[in-house]
Design a protein around this ligand. Structure first.
Ligand code: SAM
Length: 446
């Protein structure tokens, strides 16, 4: 089946833009070139300096008024505050931005994810209609590449697309990526989506602010580099009690010099008493760490996803960088492809924390209704999905001057020293399918 799909893919009529060599900065220019050919979203302004200043001021005023805030509150404000949040009003990806993601590096990534979804959906009896859901679609490149596979294969199935995106700016960029027409609804529309569009092949696409707003129904759910953007709480075990690391303003002298000397206006402090989250936190049974990052938001999303898959059927695929419950301190910023102090100039850099796959798996499996596969390393997944076969097909049809870049793009995705080992794939299925999946193992995971 996989080989069949890949072969059909090789007779594609669409063309691939040339890409640059994927070292950290050049890779970011790769599929970025395509975006530059498209119309920039015109309806939202680019981020302005004063938004950033006001975000810093807002945070400072809030802390001075009500006391130190959690790292999760800080991260949420910095990334998604409607005025000045990092993701809200600009394209942060690629060479001009702060980081590059796998779907932007090589089309092989999105194609193989599409083939995987198609394969597993067929094994489930091709339930129709279904919903293709993506959490945090960025520029919409993964959705576009998956859509190409689904339409190329002429499923004969009805499906709709549902993007869960908090950023007004990126939602427009996504629609421009894979819709031939789209429309944003007025604020007071009362509908569960705020934007809708139609693809060139007539598929309806909807944009939602949160997963709760996606209609019920059999869903194929993708989340690539979404969970790492969800806020984390930093917890520490002190005298056998979980306490929380908070963020306070730095003292006056420090903040006065901050504007000149790049000293953060904020600092970490330990909570004096237990916070609501540190009090409610339940570590997994095998936990040995005395200091960790805990994402209540990730837990909430996995719980919601699990209930949805259990009640209405479907598949979830979480792809992200992360660990299996063994890292303690991964909260960091990224700006222009370099690490950035997260408490400095909030809103001007991406904030992220590695995903705790052990916790996600534990939450998904706890109620006994979800069967998880993985996590497995990205390099292994792509190789098992015959990425090398697809690479050879692409090379056979590529212009000589593009061959190096196509080859090195795939190497970046799969090489254990680059993205191949740090990035992991975790799949979620309704537990009623466990025996079926034992008999017909899930592709890419073994
Ligand atoms: C790191 S980017 C990943 C983009 C894309 N999946 C990729 O790999 O290229 C995170 C995406 O999630 C969106 N996002 C972040 N927090 C969100 C939230 N709480 N709800 C919905 N979308 C969110 C951002 O706007 C952005 O589209």
């Amino acid at each position: 089946m996989l080989r069949q799909v890949l072969q059909i893919g090789s007779r594609r009529s669409y063309s691939y833009k040339s890409v640059r060599r994927p070292n950290a900065s050049a890779v970011s220019g790769a599929r970025n070139q395509e975006l530059q050919l498209e119309q920039k979203p015109a309806s939202e302004p680019q981020a302005k300096g004063h938004d950033k200043i006001s975000l810093s001021k807002q945070l400072r005023a809030r802390i001075l008024a009500t006391g130190p805030i959690t790292v999760a509150e800080y991260m949420r404000e910095v990334l998604t505050n409607p005025q000045g949040g990092y993701y809200m009003s600009r394209d942060v990806f690629g060479r001009e931005g702060d980081f590059i993601t796998s779907p932007e590096i090589s089309q092989i990534f999105g194609e193989l994810v599409g083939v995987w979804l198609l394969n597993e959906w067929r094994k489930m009896g091709s339930p129709t209609p279904f919903q293709l859901v993506e959490l945090g679609p960025g520029r919409g490149t993964l959705a576009r590449d998956v859509l190409k596979v689904l339409t190329k294969f002429k499923l004969g199935a009805e499906f709709t697309m549902h993007m869960v995106e908090v950023s007004p700016y990126l939602s427009v960029a996504q629609a421009q990526r894979f819709c031939y027409k789209h429309e944003t609804l007025p604020e007071n529309s009362q509908l569960p989506h705020y934007q809708f569009g139609t693809t060139a092949t007539g598929i309806k696409a909807y944009w939602h602010r949160q997963l709760e707003d996606v209609p019920p129904g059999f869903s194929l759910v993708l989340a690539h580099e979404f969970f790492d953007a969800l806020p984390v709480h930093k917890l520490q075990l002190v005298n056998d009690l979980w306490q929380e690391v908070l963020i306070d303003v730095a003292d006056v002298q420090e903040s006065q010099s901050a504007s000149q000397s790049q000293i953060p206006e904020f600092r970490y402090v330990m909570s004096k008493a237990q916070t609501p989250v540190s009090r409610l936190f339940k570590p997994v049974p095998q936990e040995t760490r005395a200091c960790l990052e805990y994402s209540l938001e990730a837990e909430r999303h996995v719980d919601m996803l699990a209930k949805r898959l259990e009640q209405h059927g479907g598949i979830g695929l979480i792809m992200d960088y992360g660990h299996f419950g063994d890292k303690t301190d991964t909260f960091r910023g990224f700006k222009q492809h370099a690490l950035h102090e997260p408490l400095l100039e909030p809103g001007t850099a991406d904030l992220t924390a590695d995903v705790d796959f052990r916790h996600i798996k534990h939450v998904a499996e706890t109620n006994g209704h979800i069967h998880c596969c993985g996590p497995v390393q990205q390099g292994d997944f792509l190789e098992r999905m015959q990425g090398s076969v697809r690479l050879e097909q692409l090379l056979a049809h590529a212009l000589p001057e593009n061959q190096d870049i196509i080859r090195s793009g795939y190497e970046v995705l799969t090489d254990a020293k680059q993205m191949g080992a740090r990035f992991k794939f975790l799949a979620m299925f309704p537990a009623v399918l466990a025996a079926h999946l034992e008999k017909y193992p899930v592709a890419g995971f073994s």
